[in-house]
Design a protein around this ligand. Sequence first.
Ligand SMILES: Cc1ncc(COP(=O)(O)O)c(C=O)c1O
Length: 371
Amino acid sequence: MKIAEFTLERIQSLYENVVEFNLSDSGVHPYRLSELLNDEQKETLLDIELGYGWTNGKTQLRETIANLYQGYNADNVMVTNGSAEANFLMVMSILNPGDELIVVVPNYLQIAGWAKAIGVNVIEVPLLENNHWLPDLDKLESLVTDKTKMLTICHPNNPTGSTLPVAQIQKLVDFASKHKLYLHADEVYKGAEFDGVELPSFADLYDKAIVTCGLSKAMAMPGLRLGWLVGPTEEIYSTWQSKDYTSITTGAVSEYVANIVLQPEFRQKVLQRSKDFLINNLNTLQKWVDDNSDWVSFIPPKAGGMAFIQYKLKVNSTTLVHEFKDELGVFLLPGDVYGMDGYFRVGIGAPADHLTIGLERIANYVRSKYL
Ligand SMILES: Cc1ncc(COP(=O)(O)O)c(C=O)c1O
């Protein structure tokens, strides 16, 4: 089996830790462990026995996660190393060579990457910029064949930050239900909706939904590497079969912290911090786009830690991003990694001063070199 380079991750990994201003991330500037725990919890943390634990996740944590959804229990939950492992297990345990997978694009690309590698046929449905980065759901019917097994969506979306109106969410569920398809939703940005109204989870709306999620994005704790799957008991059990072959288990320290931060009240506090952070930065970005409207434009995101900006310069997005990095010490993600040249992704979860200075450097540079 051969798998294509995951350029989105590779380019970030190469540069995000060495540039002066990293504006390439899609999450919110991370917490420190010391900000999350009280004195008693810190003591307990230091006393944690560093054993293996459960390969599907500690029962108490699986119950805490199940309680975030309606009508689920610990058997409906698999705890994973980041939502990346959750996505991987989902593909490996549910899809087979020859299956067809409908993928709403652009998105994080990990699911399609693995699916193609194992011989799944990937059928793309575009989010349309001229429709506020929403899909034309009427097109879906024509894509279904007797091989179609699943539809997957990243919701809220990476990289556009778009969210489906509730009527469209229901329409997707009805479509999946009519054709007896699995509906997979990557919901790592859920909870960071800027209007303050948390979207319903697909897991709460459909009995063949499989949701992947985690603490990395809306919850601002990527270093814990804590993610999960929620779905029907049998399918979750089959992801466990794969998990035993991959990372065995998640870290005991991460599981302990996860069980604290996922208690409903604590979770809301964390999400409020994320929203405050992101809304403030989105205002900065909006002003910058307004000031530079002769060469950039965007549909403002509705959730999540990023904005997808279209630019009108006669230069390839990867070339441009490398120029910004090398000349200005500012790193963005090129649209090329999504197969969408002419765009770049700006992380709005970066510290406010990094965003302000980084954007200012970019505007000055572009004005002197390209305009
Ligand atoms: C949509 C989406 N899903 C999953 C991931 C993987 O993140 P993690 O494994 O840290 O949860 C990312 C990372 O950028 C992402 O953007």
